[in-house]
Design a protein around this ligand. Structure first.
Ligand SMILES: Cc1cc2nc3c(=O)[nH]c(=O)nc-3n(C[C@H](O)[C@H](O)[C@H](O)COP(=O)(O)OP(=O)(O)OC[C@H]3O[C@@H](n4cnc5c(N)ncnc54)[C@H](O)[C@@H]3O)c2cc1C
Length: 266
C-alpha cells in the first residue's frame, strides 16, 4: 500500500477539474439549470453523441424535484411520460388509471447518473449570470461561482461558447430575463417580452409546457417551468411528466437543428 500524499490528492482534483472545464469551453448545447427538464435534455443529447454542458447554481442537482409536492418526496407522473421513467430506469408504481408515482430521490439520482454517464458534463455551484451575444444571436454563457454571487464579491466572470443554449432555470426563467432586458420587445413571444406564469391548471399546463418548449430568441430555447413562464402558460402543481417530456422535446428539437446545421456545413 502506498502512503497517501495530500499534494497528489490536490493535484488530481485540479488536473481532472481543469481537464473537464477546458473540454467544455465550446459545446454544441449549454443547459442552464439541473432540474428535471434540464437533466433529461442533457442526458438525451449526450446519449446522441452531442457535446453538452449543464450549469447548476446550487451544490445539488435536481431543482424542485427532490421535494415532490410540499416536501412529500414522491412525484406524480402521467401516462405519457412513463416511457421516460422506463428509459432512465426510474422505478414507478401505478396509483390509479393515468397516474403513476415514483420516489423523488430515485428520480433525481437516476437522471443525474444518466446525464453524466452519457457524457454530459455537469458543473454544480456555478451560476449563469449573463449570455454572450452577437447582436442577433446567443452564442454562449457568462458564468461565475455561486459562492462569488452569494458573497457579493466584485469578481469578473468567465465565458463559454455554445451553438445553442437552453434556459431550464424553472420559474425564474433567468436566462430569458437577461436577454429580455438587453433586447426589449424582441423575444419570440406574443408581446415580445416574458409573458409570465399563470395560475395553477394541471391538465392544461402539461400540454402547454410542451407547446411552449421552443426557441425564444435565436440560439436560445426554453424548457420546463421556464417555458411556461416565458410563454405565459399556467403552473401545473406537483406533477412532473411535463418537465420530463419538455426535456425530451428540447433535446429532439436541438438534434434536428444541429443536424440541419451540419448538413448546411455550418
Ligand atoms: C415556489 C415554487 C413553486 C412551484 N410551483 C410548481 C408548480 O406550480 N408546478 C410544478 O410542477 N412544480 C412547481 N414547483 C416545483 C418545481 O420547480 C417544478 O416542478 C420542477 O422541478 C421544475 O422543473 P424545471 O426542470 O423546470 O426546473 P427546476 O426544477 O425549477 O430547476 C431549475 C434549476 O435551475 C437552477 N438555476 C436557476 N437559475 C440558475 C442560474 N442562473 N444558473 C445556474 N442554475 C440556475 C436552479 O438552482 C434549479 O436547480 C415549484 C417550485 C417552487 C420553488
Amino acid at each position: 500500500m502506498i502512503e497517501l500524499d495530500e499534494r497528489i490528492i490536490t493535484q488530481a482534483i485540479l488536473d481532472r477539474f481543469y481537464e473537464k472545464l477546458k473540454a467544455n469551453l465550446d459545446v454544441e448545447v449549454a443547459i442552464v439549470g439541473c432540474g428535471p427538464s434540464g437533466m433529461v435534455a442533457g442526458a438525451l443529447l449526450a446519449e446522441a453523441g452531442k457535446r453538452v454542458v449543464l450549469f447548476e447554481r446550487k451544490l445539488s442537482v435536481g431543482g424542485g424535484m427532490w421535494g415532490g409536492g410540499m416536501l412529500f418526496n414522491e412525484i406524480v407522473v402521467q401516462e405519457s411520460a412513463v416511457p421516460l421513467l422506463q428509459r432512465f430506469g426510474i422505478r414507478y408504481r401505478s396509483y390509479r388509471e393515468g397516474y403513476y408515482t415514483a420516489d423523488a430521490v430515485e428520480a433525481v439520482a437516476s437522471l443525474a447518473k444518466a446525464a453524466v454517464q452519457a457524457g454530459a458534463a455537469i458543473f454544480n455551484a456555478v451560476t449563469v449570470e449573463d449570455v454572450v451575444m452577437r447582436p442577433e444571436r446567443i452564442i454562449g454563457l457568462v458564468i461565475n461561482w455561486t459562492a462569488v454571487e452569494m458573497a457579493g464579491l466584485h469578481v469578473d466572470p468567465l465565458a463559454i461558447r455554445a451553438r445553442f443554449v437552453v434556459d431550464a432555470t424553472g420559474h425564474e426563467t433567468e436566462v430569458v430575463k437577461v436577454v429580455a432586458k438587453k433586447v426589449p420587445g424582441q423575444l419570440n413571444t406574443p408581446s415580445g417580452q416574458i409573458e409570465g406564469e399563470k395560475s395553477m391548471w394541471s391538465d392544461r399546463a402539461e400540454t402547454l409546457t410542451l407547446e411552449n418548449t421552443r426557441e425564444v430568441f435565436p440560439g436560445l430555447y426554453v424548457a420546463g417551468m421556464a417555458a411556461n413562464a416565458t410563454f405565459g402558460g399556467p403552473r401545473m402543481g406537483a406533477i412532473f411528466g411535463g418537465m420530463l417530456l419538455s426535456g425530451e422535446k428540447v433535446a429532439q428539437e436541438l438534434l434536428r437543428r444541429l443536424l440541419e446545421a451540419a448538413d448546411a456545413g455550418a
